[in-house]
Design a protein around this ligand. Structure first.
Ligand code: PLP
Length: 427
């Protein structure tokens, strides 16, 4: 049967289906996508869009990838799902081995979660349970920086930017400690005063702090900000000095996006707990993981169990396609691809700097950001991008791209040119 979308379908969608962060009564236009191949999305009317978003930064190898398809089909013929309590299976074992191979060596234990937000929930629970097991149950709060984003469920929301998108829930969130977002940019010279406020907060609250949680090097949905590896390095040292765990949320940055396989490699540090998701399955299925050290895992386990166990934990289809995605990464082409994207974005986004309503242009790895002086209206700007033949989804003042790594230079150039064109058209 042809995959068509009628006007009635769209009206049904508008009236009955919640999309991310939408109002049912004040909804912007939904674009029906009926197929995706390589770096292009096909709209129901046949138009093709160059995808600058990689499905919220996850489809790193592009769409309809033969090796990922094959991995999924192979597993589908064996077992789509089985509970993970009391049962294990080859796809989970294979994937856990691969994850331990590519992540920092101190991480030795894998918990498979079903989304990025859940993996952050689990990380926070791990940190709290660790200190309970250590005989320090007062250590229950998290210390983090403003402008962060860690997911939309309650524990992650309580470590997101307190002035950000979750304000409606203020007063109901966990009582955490926030300091200003890192002020030292990725290329800036490091000065110890950049960490001063963080240090004061840790000194004051460490007896109540279970863990520090950070997105390493790039603060993503909270502002697409890049900060200095020196900041992260100092955070690691201070966590050790003050006996506080370090959770790194590599959900957006992991698997090559910043130019390193994991962003923590820029600072040459290892966290106690690390969250990965998004690109883990090459954007094919929902799967995430929380990894931790033997120290954390054994301390919790010697006292009892880790209190979490989702129904779809370690789904075999998701694990299989994640294994195939990691194999593609391990083949090693991603590094050159990300470097090329970085060079192309640097060159082709640079002209945006000259535009009156542009505040900043920055690029790191396969992340390109144009920060405007004023927030954009989604209803106005989205059709402009579609008319330019690209899929870009800005938020607030930020127009950014995180394309699939397999994007050819020419397509990346078209994407950047489209951004320039659209900015010239908005007031
Ligand atoms: N952490 C970070 C850094 C993210 O960027 C995101 C999603 O954008 C999440 C957590 C939440 O992941 P998910 O949307 O899979 O729940």
């Amino acid at each position: 049967m042809a995959d068509t979308v009628t006007v009635e379908d769209l009206e049904f969608d508008r009236q009955h289906i919640w999309h991310p962060y939408t109002s049912i009564t004040n909804c912007y236009e939904m674009y029906p996508v009926t197929g995706a191949e390589g770096v292009r999305l096909t709209l129901a009317d046949g138009r093709q869009l160059i995808d600058g978003m990689a499905s919220w930064w996850s489809a790193i190898h592009g769409y309809n990838h033969p090796e990922l398809n094959e991995a999924l089909q192979r597993q589908l013929g064996k077992m789509a799902h089985v509970m993970f309590g009391g049962i294990t299976h080859p796809p989970a074992i294979r994937l856990a081995r691969q994850l331990l191979d590519v992540t920092p060596a101190l991480l030795q234990q894998v918990f498979f979660a079903d989304s990025g937000s859940v993996s952050v929930e689990v990380a926070i629970k791990m940190a709290i349970q660790y200190w309970v097991a250590t005989g320090k149950p007062a250590k229950k709060r998290l210390l983090t920086v403003k402008k962060g984003y860690h997911g939309d469920t309650f524990a992650p929301m309580s470590v997101c930017d307190p002035e950000g998108m979750h304000e409606v829930f203020s007063g109901m969130l966990l009582d955490n400690v926030f300091v200003e977002a890192p002020q030292c940019g990725f290329h800036d010279d490091w000065q110890e005063e950049h960490i001063a406020e963080f240090k004061v907060a840790l000194d004051k609250h460490h007896q109540a702090i279970a863990a520090v949680i950070l997105e390493p090097i790039v603060q993503n949905a909270g502002g697409m900000r890049f900060y200095s590896p020196a900041y992260l390095k100092r955070v690691r040292e201070l966590c050790d000095d003050y006996q506080v765990l370090l959770i790194l949320d590599e959900i957006a940055t992991g698997f090559g996006r910043t130019g390193k396989l994991f962003a923590c490699e820029y600072a040459d540090i290892s966290p106690d707990i690390m969250c990965v998701g998004k690109a883990l399955t090459g954007g094919y299925m929902t799967l995430a993981a929380t990894l931790c050290t033997q120290q954390v895992a054994h301390t919790i386990s010697n006292q009892g169990v880790l209190m979490h166990g989702p129904t779809f934990m370690a789904n075999p289809l998701a694990c299989s396609v994640a294994s195939a995605s990691l194999e593609l990464l391990q083949a090693g082409h991603w590094k050159a691809q990300v470097e090329q994207l970085s060079i192309t974005m640097e060159a082709c986004l640079a002209p945006c700097r000259e535009l009156a309503n542009v505040a900043d242009v920055r690029v790191l790895g396969a992340i390109g950001v144009v920060e405007l002086k004023q927030p954009v209206d989604m209803k106005t700007i989205q059709p402009l991008f579609v008319n330019e033949g690209v899929w870009v989804r800005p938020f607030g003042k930020l127009i950014y791209i995180m394309p699939p790594y397999v994007m050819e230079q020419e397509d990346c150039q078209l994407l950047c040119k489209a951004i320039y064109q659209v900015i010239t058209k908005i007031k």
